[in-house]
Design a protein around this ligand. Structure first.
Ligand code: TXA
Ligand code: MG
Length: 358
């Protein structure tokens, strides 16, 4: 699709009272009702929204993103009444989860209601969540329809955590962007299938496996995460290379000393091959990289002590390497606990499976 429209960029202070009647939100809601695309912030990443009841509107999402059409979208709701417009049936076990985690980064897969546009999901299930962001909620409520929204990036690129990322990817392809500042969580919502027993995590995300375990007791995880090639992931989006920077990223897994040594060796090799190099470091290791002066770009994605800082910064850092034109990167790995599970899932995808254990 060629550039067709002038994309409006609207700044909105998410802390003002009565966001729903602020003029940019009213205009954005109007665009949604007219079947146009509007990008908006959520607590996880920016979403690219369309009226979830309109096939024609939702179809535009796939064109704008260049998204494979077999990859279903998440429907965002603004209140509990909308839940029943979106899902044909809500199992009992959904309620304690909703009580504890909504609004928030948990997407529940439920039996799909008939009104949902076929373009949202061709499966029997629909992913639903109530985002924990005042601007997202105001937009949905003002639009008076549930909003189908994937992450607002071009397919394959890291998800956007700032309006500027959305602009870089989708300027000229969508009607408007609501700029509400940086998103907080930084990785996408957890996708939990409630149509199977026990419920199964199809994509790790902002709500951790440990948190779900506290409410549900038993919670399974899609075996495809253990990276066994014979398992096709149940969440269609999980099978694509995703979140990837333009350069080549290699992850090095091992004790801090051995990993550092291996990373330096890889960087030396890449430099010998004439590539520009970068390291995705942490607050704990950035000093050593600056001192050894080996790489062209050193960026920290946060502190190893605080996985939430890493989740929040990860995508922005991957995009920064692209902006710097870095062709070869190395990065550390993290324990797959708590938010570390979502972080490692995204990192492994960004690296396209290039992981070296030392
Ligand atoms: O945090 C988020 O979830 C963000 C914000 C914008 O809400 N949205 C997001 O959407 O990450 P997207 O489209 O980038 O990822 C949705 C994921 C994909 O992996 C998709 O395959 C999966 O959820 N999914 C959606 N509906 C599904 C369904 N009915 N069955 C299986 N997987 C589904
Ligand atoms: Mg996405």
């Amino acid at each position: 699709m060629d550039r067709i429209v002038e994309t409006k960029l609207w700044n909105v202070d998410k802390n003002v009272e009565d966001l729903e009647s602020c003029s940019q939100v009213v205009d954005a809601a109007h665009l949604i009702r007219e079947g146009e695309l509007v990008a908006f912030p959520t607590e996880t990443v920016y979403g690219l929204g369309a009226n979830a009841f309109s096939d024609e509107a939702v179809e535009k999402i796939y064109h704008a993103k260049g998204r494979p059409s077999d990859n279903p979208l998440i429907v965002h709701i603004g209140d509990m009444d909308q839940l029943h417009e979106v899902a044909r049936e809500v199992p009992e076990m959904a309620y304690p989860l909703i009580e504890r985690f909504w609004p928030g980064p948990l997407t529940l897969l439920l039996p799909k209601a008939e009104k949902i546009a076929t373009q949202v999901t061709k499966l029997d299930t629909v992913g639903v969540r109530m985002p924990d962001h005042p601007l997202a909620l105001a937009l949905i409520r003002a639009a008076r329809v549930p909003i189908a929204a994937p992450s607002a990036n071009r397919s394959g690129r890291p998800s956007p955590t700032m309006a500027e990322h959305v602009r870089q990817d989708l300027d000229g392809r969508i009607a408007a962007i609501l700029d509400g500042g940086e998103t907080g969580v930084g990785v996408e919502s957890t996708v939990l299938d409630l149509t199977v027993s026990p419920p199964m995590i199809l994509r790790p995300g902002g709500i951790t496996r440990e948190q779900l375990h506290e409410v549900l007791g038993d919670v399974a995880i899609d075996p495809a995460f253990e990276a066994k090639a014979e398992h096709v992931p149940r969440s269609p989006g999980m099978k694509y290379t995703h979140y990837a920077p333009q350069g080549e990223l290699w992850l090095v897994d091992g004790s801090p000393e051995q990993a550092q040594k291996k990373m330096e060796e890889l960087i030396r090799e890449a430099k010998a091959n004439g590539l520009s190099t970068g390291v995705l470091a942490t607050d704990e290791t950035i000093g050593a990289w600056r001192k050894n002066g080996l790489v062209d770009a050193v960026l920290s994605c946060g502190s190893r002590q605080d996985p939430s800082s890493i989740a929040q910064l990860l995508y922005a850092r991957l995009r920064e390497f692209d902006d710097l034109g870095i062709q070869y990167m190395v990065g550390e790995t993290f324990p797959k606990q708590g938010l570390g599970m979502a972080v490692m899932n995204r990192l492994e995808k960004a690296a396209g499976g290039r992981i070296i254990s030392v």
